[in-house]
Design a protein. Structure first.
Length: 109
């Protein structure tokens, strides 16, 4: 049965709670852990960007305005770090950091 547009738009977003205990249980699976580890750097970079924006109290639109770009470009930048479709340039990351009142620092461990 196909839902009408009205029914779909009336549905509410109900996220499922997920805590540290859930993460630990999931990462106990060796295959899942290996896949997670491959993406660890990307998730860390995404977390750093989102944390910087949150600490600055800015929306994507506000960051975009400060960078001289569009909110959709900032959205793509943030989502690109959790996918392999695009790698942002250092210049773009530097502009994002500056828009959030931060400085881009890259380190190798």
């Amino acid at each position: 049965m196909v839902k009408s547009r009205k029914n779909v738009s009336e549905e509410r977003y109900n996220p499922v709670e997920h805590g540290a205990e859930d993460t630990a249980r999931l990462l106990a699976d060796p295959q899942l852990r290996a896949a997670y580890d491959v993406l660890e750097e990307e998730y860390a970079a995404l977390d750093a960007l989102l944390t910087a924006r949150k600490e600055a109290g800015l929306t994507q639109a506000q960051v975009a305005e400060r960078m001289g770009t569009t909110a959709s470009a900032v959205s793509r930048l943030e989502s690109s770090l959790s996918s392999e479709r695009h790698s942002p340039s250092f210049s773009t990351l530097r502009k994002y950091a500056a828009a959030c009142g931060k400085k881009l620092v890259i380190s190798l461990a």
